[in-house]
Write a protein that binds this ligand. Structure first.
Ligand code: 0RQ
Length: 503
């Protein structure tokens, strides 16, 4: 045995990725590790894609049903989508090849709340899970598995799968051992008990994953980096959005509705959330905490600067530079970061108890505060709902952030009616664009519409929205949430027909 594979019982199962991939049969359900490009298997999916391609060349069908934590990387989603190896994908993806097949109508995709996936698997909603392919950073003497840079649904996959393939990646820092908190107290209804977590950094579980060594059919050594997304410095639009939000949070502290160190932050991935985090630091906020799903560069910076005292997550999305720092200062980060299963990191019970401040991106919002996070023109999936719904419905504040226009200004992100609903009007408290912030708390639908038009709409579209709203208030069948049904989605149709939503 060695430092990474310390259970001598598994040594005789070390093999190549090709040999491991041969355990995966056509038509089976395969559950893999991976969350926003961290902790996904690096070698077996590529070997599997080759195996599928060879079978296809011989005229034999070969597709699998693929479950993960969230998005992965070109070596996993991309490689399997490219060879047409996927019959079904869930619960989240952001891969160009997978997205193309989903939108061409050839790949079935189930876009699920990330906190729901583990329990839905336990409930049997996805059928039997044949194989789990899980990246770990080490195997302990007793066979317990030290996760790498994401936990995701790995606990559930290891519990439910009939056979297990492990990738032991020695690129991942050995010092990540001890950072994880795997909670084994979840049961199925009617036997559920309260989850004993009351502070965002509480540890309530074990530091490694249990795994029956008899189920392990293959152990593959790898040495490869996570998908590192390059860090883009915040643009002017992101900075303006961040500034509006921070002014609002300062105001809430002054009004006594939020403590000076706020409440545990949840933040989506991307430029705007990074700008918000940088803005919080610059505006003097201190002693912040995070209870979120993904840690990206902005949060790592805040931990480093001591502005964020602790962060709970299930995965990472780091730039190459941030990744290097994470590995170099792993002892520092291990004391401040707790990595959980996504069932716990996103748990509605905990998000509600802790009072998280949920901050997520959106595609579009409508006059009444319904939010579309996933579908372009109501039909083309972009990524998926991810964890945004877990936090939006249950958080203390549910904030959605977006530029007021998209695609070169041809699209208004504020529309009469959203073309797809992910977050209903009941789940959205704040909408922010570079134009300003609409505070929808405690407002009726018509009051919300006036706030959104005045504060969030781009000036190029404001008059048209106001005109729609005024006519709807006059002519609508019901005057509670006024709409002109034949016109409600006409902005989207106009964009499809003419390339612009402008009248
Ligand atoms: O497409 O690059 O082809 O032009 O959507 O938009 O502006 O780059 O913004 O990367 O922050 O993504 C909602 C998709 C925003 C993201 C969404 C087009 C735009 C571009 C991306 P192009 P931007 P972002 C934590 C929480 C759901 C999951 C979530 C998301 C592309 O935030 O996936 O919240 N959220 N997870 O052109 C037409 C509009 C548009 C539009 C944007 N109104 N109409 N196209 N686009 N607005 C993470 C996890 O849960 C794992």
């Amino acid at each position: 045995s060695d430092e990474r594979i310390r259970d001598a019982r598994l040594l005789d199962r070390i093999m190549s990725a090709d040999a491991a991939a041969a355990f995966i049969e056509p038509g089976t359900t395969v559950a893999m590790s991976g969350f926003t490009g961290s902790g996904y298997p690096k070698a077996v999916p590529l070997a599997l894609a080759q195996r599928i391609e060879q079978r296809h060349a011989q005229g034999e069908p070969f597709q699998i049903r693929l479950l993960t934590g969230a998005s992965t990387a070109p070596e996993l989603d991309g490689a399997l989508a490219k060879v047409d190896g996927l019959a079904l994908r869930l619960p989240f993806q952001s891969d160009p090849d997978a997205r193309k097949r989903i939108n061409d109508g050839t790949l079935e995709y189930i876009d699920a709340h990330l906190s729901h996936v583990a329990q839905h698997a336990w409930f049997g909603f996805y059928g039997e899970i044949d194989t789990a392919v899980i990246e770990v950073s080490a195997i302990r003497e007793d066979g317990a598995l030290v996760p790498s840079t994401s936990v995701g649904n790995n606990k559930t996959w290891l519990d439910l799968a009939k056979k297990v393939i492990l990738e032991v990646n020695d690129w991942q820092p050995a010092g990540v051992e001890g950072m994880h908190d795997i909670y084994y107290g979840t049961a199925l209804p009617p036997h559920r008990r309260p989850i004993p977590l009351v502070h965002p950094d509480d540890r309530i579980g074990e530091t490694a994953l249990r795994c029956d060594p008899a189920k392990v059919v293959a152990v593959v050594r790898t040495h490869g980096p996570d998908r590192n997304s390059p860090f883009n410095p915040a643009d002017e639009c992101s900075r303006q959005i961040a500034a509006h939000l921070i002014e609002f949070l300062q105001h809430e502290v002054k009004a006594g509705r939020l403590p000076p160190n706020l409440l545990p932050l949840q933040s989506g991935v991307g430029n705007i959330p990074n700008a918000v985090l940088a803005g919080l630091a610059a505006s003097g906020f201190r002693d912040l905490t995070a209870f979120t799903e993904v840690i990206q560069d902005g949060m790592l910076d805040l931990l480093h600067e001591g502005i964020l005292t602790s962060a709970s997550c299930t995965g990472f999305a780091l730039s190459p530079e941030a990744n290097e720092r994470f590995k170099r200062d792993i002892d520092f980060y291990r004391q401040r970061i707790v990595m959980r299963t996504q069932e716990i990191s996103n748990h509605p019970e905990l998000v509600r108890r802790l009072g998280c401040i949920g901050m997520n991106g959106m595609v579009e919002a409508d006059l009444y505060g319904n939010v579309n996070s996933t579908h372009i023109m109501g039909t083309r999936i972009q990524n998926g709902i991810g964890g945004s719904g877990d936090f939006a419905r249950n958080g203390f504040l549910s904030i959605f952030l977006s530029p007021s226009t998209a695609k070169g200004g041809s699209i208004s992100s504020i529309v009469p009616m959203v073309s797809h609903v992910d977050h209903t009007e009941h789940d959205v408290s704040i909408i922010v664009t570079e134009q300003g912030l609409a505070d929808l708390r405690g407002l009726s639908p018509k009051q919300r519409a006036r706030q959104i038009i005045a504060h969030c709409a781009h000036p190029d579209f404001r008059d048209a929205l106001q005109d729609y709203f005024a006519r709807a208030c006059r002519d609508s069948y019901g005057k509670h949430t006024p709409h002109l049904l034949p016109e409600a989605l006409s902005w989207h149709q106009r964009w499809l027909d003419t390339g612009t939503m402008r009248p």
